[in-house]
Design a protein around this ligand. Structure first.
Ligand SMILES: C[S@@+](CC[C@H](N)C(=O)[O-])C[C@H]1O[C@@H](n2cnc3c(N)ncnc32)[C@H](O)[C@@H]1O
Length: 208
């Protein structure tokens, strides 16, 4: 069985309205309200996916350490809520849409201190701020993939981990992402049919 049957099982076919909404989400979701987005993706199994992402993260991290994690494209906090269940990480939840983050706060999934409004093409954090990066269902939201990875590699510490899950297994996204990330200082440490895990390579020392 494909791994993602675990979180996408028994879904009814999409209605024409849901097909239209899916298209609007894939086209940048500017005219999609937080409520509309949240209802749709929860009906389509996003919380099961978020739980699978949490398991993926905990399968790699060391529970005796503390991790500063950056979640990019946190949206309405479906995955933030699950990541918050891991007691040894502190999550910063970034999204360009303040209304989505506010929806997540109102629904008790994101704490106000975690929410940061900002763009992944210009992350509002100093270099080497985070131990972990996670971004759930955001691969098709990026206009400039190179800029995205420049920013992730900048804000991650040496040895920082990147978790790149994707909600589909057969659309070639994971293969494309392998090619995308290759140009940047990351080593792929694990690959499944719905995810990649990588590690930021050490920066070159300036004292030599
Ligand atoms: C498909 S949603 C995924 C949301 C959440 N991770 C989930 O699984 O429900 C993509 C998210 O990326 C956000 N996004 C799109 N462009 C962005 C950008 N330039 N910077 C930060 N977030 C962005 C959207 O606002 C949206 O919340």
């Amino acid at each position: 069985m494909k791994e993602n049957k675990l979180f996408r099982k028994n879904l009814p076919p999409r209605t024409p309205e849901q097909d239209d909404l899916k298209k609007r989400i894939e086209q940048g979701m500017r005219d999609v309200s937080a409520q509309e987005y949240d209802t749709f993706v929860l009906e389509r199994g996003r919380d099961r996916f978020a739980i699978a992402v949490k398991s993926l993260v905990t399968s790699v991290l060391n529970p005796r350490k503390h991790y500063e994690a950056l979640e990019i494209g946190a949206g309405t906090g479906i995955s933030t809520r699950r990541l918050n269940e891991i007691e040894y990480i502190h999550v910063t939840a970034l999204d360009i849409r303040e209304d989505y983050l506010e929806f997540g706060i109102r629904n008790g999934r994101i704490r106000s201190e975690q929410a940061v409004v900002g763009s992944f093409s210009e992350l509002p954090f100093p270099d080497e701020s985070f131990d972990v990066y996670v971004g759930v269902a955001i691969l098709n939201q990026r206009a400039d993939v190179d800029r995205f990875y420049e920013e992730i590699s900048r804000v991650l510490k040496d040895g920082g981990l990147v978790f790149i899950p994707w909600t589909k297994v057969k659309d070639g996204s994971i293969e494309r992402e392998m090619e995308n990330i290759k140009k940047f200082p990351f080593e792929i440490t694990s690959r499944g049919d719905w995810y990649l895990i990588g590690k930021r390579k050490p920066r070159m020392s300036s004292r030599s």
